[in-house]
Every structure is written in C-alpha cells, then in structure tokens.
Write a protein that binds this ligand. Sequence first.
Ligand SMILES: Nc1ncnc2c1ncn2[C@@H]1O[C@H](COP(=O)(O)OP(=O)(O)OP(=O)(O)O)[C@@H](O)[C@H]1O
Ligand SMILES: Cc1cn([C@H]2C[C@H](O)[C@@H](COP(=O)(O)O)O2)c(=O)[nH]c1=O
Length: 204
Amino acid sequence: MTGLFVTIDGPGGVGKSTVTALVAEELQAAGIPVHQTREPSGTPLGRLARTGTETYRGMTMACLIAADRYMHVEQEIRPAVTRGEAVICDRYIASSLVLQVLDGVSRDVVWELNRHADMPDLAVILNARSDVVEERLTGRGAHSRYEREPRSSERECAAFREAARFLRAAGVRVLQLDAGSDSPDEIAEAVVAAIRGSWMKGGS
Ligand SMILES: Nc1ncnc2c1ncn2[C@@H]1O[C@H](COP(=O)(O)OP(=O)(O)OP(=O)(O)O)[C@@H](O)[C@H]1O
Ligand SMILES: Cc1cn([C@H]2C[C@H](O)[C@@H](COP(=O)(O)O)O2)c(=O)[nH]c1=O
C-alpha cells in the first residue's frame, strides 16, 4: 500500500509546527508509520533558505525554495510515501504561493517554478483572524523577515485564503481549518480525521 503526502500551511505563528508535531504523534500512537518533515528542508539548499531570509529575496528566494523542494521531494518525501508512510510536511507549495508572491514574484511564475513538484494528497491550511495570529506571533517572536513586515499577519491570512482557492481550482484536495479558537489538540484531531478519510479513499 502506498502512503500519503500531507502538507500543513498557514500564516506565520498560526500554529503549524505545534499541530504538525501533534498529528505525527497521534498517527504514530495509532500504529501508522509517519515521516515528519518541514520546508525549507534539511538539505543544504533548505538550510541556506531558512537562514538566508535577510539575504535572499524575490526571484532568488523563489528559485532557492523551489530547488530545495525538488531535492526534498526526490530524496525524502517520495521514498517515504513509496514505503507506505504518512508524510506530514510543515509548509509546502501554499507557503510559496503566499510568501514569494508577497515578496514580489508573480503567482504565475511561482506556480511555474513548482509545477513539477509532487502535489500533496491533502493540503491543510490553518488560518485564523489576523489579530489572533499577530498576538501568537508577538508572544512567540518572529522567525523571519516576512514576520517582521508591517501588517504581515493581516496580509498572510488573506493570501492563504486565496492560495486555498487557487490550489483547490488546480485539483488539490484542500482542508481549511480555523485555528483561532480551538486548542492544538482539537485541531490535530480534525487533521487526523481528514488523513484517515483520505487514506480510505485510496491515498496517492
Ligand atoms: N491552537 C492554538 N491556540 C493557542 N495558541 C497556539 C495554538 N497553536 C499554537 N499556539 C501557540 O502559538 C505560537 C506559534 O505556534 P507555532 O510556532 O506552532 O506556529 P507556526 O505557524 O509554526 O509559526 P512559524 O510559521 O513562524 O514557524 C506558539 O507559542 C504556540 O504555543
Ligand atoms: C516553505 C517555504 C518557506 N519559506 C520561508 C519562510 C520562513 O522564513 C521559513 C520557514 O520558517 P518557519 O519557522 O516555518 O516560519 O522559510 C518561504 O519563503 N517559502 C516557502 O515556500
């Protein structure tokens, strides 16, 4: 049986990393083999992208992120799915459709750069009211220049709604969840239920 490729995206600080870890834990507890990963990935290109948001911008960053994605897919994601594992990836193409577009690259170009990357079986987009996201971000502290931009939460929340519509129109199965009022455990439970549903429909 082949595995399943699930991505978790959303505005900075909404709770992606928290929920990704809980989903992986829950699946493992249920005896499902899991491969938890994130983007930028652990490849040399990914490390460059993660530590270089002050240096690389616009088209340079869009290409760097896409190059890391192709390496990540080939070396890590696809082999794990082939082994029958549930791959849970913290950030993927939806993040590029938001952050690289807000960074000045056109959506058509971002989409074209990512066209040959494997699409997820399920793209989860966590979102919430922008004031809630901003409060979480302020409480935890910014990770990147994107999160330090004025009104970043407001712009990212709106852009992730648009990215969800775009991916759905492109044929990707998208699950949008309101991460504003529920606890991380409740959100993780909803994601796990959707993953089980996708698997029963035949996965990849
Ligand atoms: N459902 C929730 N309710 C309340 N607080 C939450 C919830 N989920 C996460 N948090 C808190 O919000 C903060 C940001 O969470 P987290 O680091 O998981 O976000 P993120 O989306 O991965 O951020 P980034 O994109 O910047 O890596 C943390 O302090 C976390 O404890
Ligand atoms: C997948 C992806 C990532 N990025 C950038 C955004 C952040 O600077 C880091 C991710 O760090 P976080 O702790 O998860 O917020 O990578 C990007 O610009 N585009 C992407 O597609």
